[in-house]
Design a binder for this molecule. Structure first.
Ligand code: GUN
Ligand code: ZN
Length: 429
């Protein structure tokens, strides 16, 4: 017999993108959602669903909000232990904090410990899917996928390839990167809920030969995603210009080698030239906004309003541990603040959509995760909208659902996460 669970509460599903429709009208509230064999079976009134499924196990969440689990499409799980490291901008931050930490991931025990710790921390924050950079070590990919597989999670990750401008012990070659990534794709891609992303770190740490090898691998495995970084800081862009004098801009250093395409994910994308914006739009590549990282490392202010207006595909991510939080709520708050600094405040519906359906869309997985709809995978988060006295006193004045949600977006953290479901199984609460 089918395993059935009925969650009662305020079930929020998006019917349209709040960037394309009136944000106030983009979502719909239901009284209950049925989980059946790991998927969403139905949404509806509590009475109708209880009557139709008398055999279901019931969880009554009262006024709590039930929505799709958060989707974080740009993270570095190996940077978990160096999150919140003080005082450096991008290149110095990489050399001082990141590379020494990433060096440790050739040890499978260390990789397993941090992968498990990272997945526990993110589940506690309501994140059910992420797309992670690993390190140059294949062991770091095996560790992450093994831990995610044990938790039944839909995840994407890849070996971070670097063959120059990185310390001894943290470089591969064009050939070893190609061979190791190919073996990892064969071992993991499409197994359970796991997908592989081809992952050149960024142009400065790959030779043209390595970028070419990654482009060739992507052409051979075009159903894989490809993730990298693009135009995060101005010094980085100058460096790229000096390393690739023949390229017309940063994006061209990827495009020349077959690393621009619709399944490409480009992290940060802050300081874009008009040509780069046009090309990214033409190929319908995904831009991943990482707001806590962009303020923490001092990178700049992403142009959410202009890029959305022009029809770009955009996800919202923590960028752990350049980002300063594991929480997608905190990440939405930072996106709101950056929007304010640019003169375009994001509506709470737009923030929630970006952290769920929008990010799933950036991963080209919006047919399976990131929303509550019949047939979709049952990855859910249940939020207490009065999780602290400060939030509760503000919510008591709320006139509508968005006013009730916004204080949790701005001030909420893992204390707001009451329960988490991953693939129809209770993972927390
Ligand atoms: N650019 C290249 N590598 C990294 C990284 O690990 N974090 C961030 N924020 N930017 C990068
Ligand atoms: Zn990153």
């Amino acid at each position: 017999m089918a395993q059935k669970t009925l969650l009662k509460g305020r079930v929020l599903s998006f019917e349209q993108s709040p960037f394309q429709a009136d944000p106030d009208q983009a979502a719909r509230l239901h009284e209950a959602v049925l989980i059946e064999d790991g998927r969403i079976g139905a949404m509806g009134t509590a009475q109708a669903l209880t009557a139709a499924h008398p055999d279901a196990e019931i969880h009554d969440h009262g006024a709590r909000l039930i929505l799709a689990g958060f989707v974080d499409p740009h993270v570095h799980y190996p940077q978990t232990a160096i999150i919140a490291s003080w005082g450096k901008r991008l290149i110095d931050w990489l050399n001082t904090y990141t590379f020494p930490e990433e060096m440790k991931f050739g040890d499978p025990d260390h990789a397993a410990e941090i992968a498990g710790r990272y997945l526990d921390l993110t589940a506690a924050h309501g994140t059910t899917t992420m797309c992670s950079f690993c390190t140059i070590h294949p062991e770091s990919v095996d560790a992450f996928f093994t831990e995610a597989q044990a938790r039944g999670q839909r995840v994407v990750a890849g070996k971070t390839c670097m063959d120059r401008n990185a310390p001894d012990g943290l470089r591969d070659t064009a050939q070893t990167a190609y061979d190791q990534c190919r073996a990892l794709i064969g071992r993991w891609h499409g197994v359970d809920r796991i997908s592989y992303a081809i992952t050149p770190r960024f142009s400065p740490t790959s030779t043209p030969e390595q970028l070419e090898a990654m482009g060739a691998l992507w052409a051979e495995h075009h159903d894989c995603l490809m993730q990298t970084h693009l135009s995060e800081q101005t010094d980085e862009i100058e460096w790229v210009r000096s390393l690739f004098p023949e390229a017309c801009d940063y994006l061209d250093t990827y495009e020349k080698f077959g690393l621009l395409g619709p399944r490409g994910l480009y992290g940060h994308a802050i300081h874009l030239e008009p040509r780069e914006r046009d090309r990214l739009r033409e190929v319908d590549a995904a831009l991943i906004h990482c707001p806590t990282s962009n303020t923490f490392i001092g990178s700049g202010l992403f142009d959410m309003h202009g890029l959305m207006r022009d029809g770009h595909r955009i996800g919202l991510a923590t960028d752990t541990g350049g980002g300063s939080s594991f929480s997608m709520l905190r990440t939405m708050a930072a996106a709101y603040e950056i929007g304010q600094l640019r003169g375009h405040p994001l509506h709470p519906a737009q923030l929630l959509w970006l952290g769920t359906a929008g990010s799933a869309r950036s991963l080209r997985m919006d047919d399976r995760i990131g929303n509550i709809a019949p047939g979709m995978e049952a990855d859910l988060v249940v939020l207490d909208l009065s999780s602290t006295p400060a939030i509760a006193q503000r919510v008591s004045q709320a006139d509508d659902i968005w006013e009730a949600i916004f204080p949790t977006i701005m001030m909420g953290d893992d204390r707001a996460v009451a329960q988490v479901w991953i693939g129809g199984r209770r993972a927390l609460g």
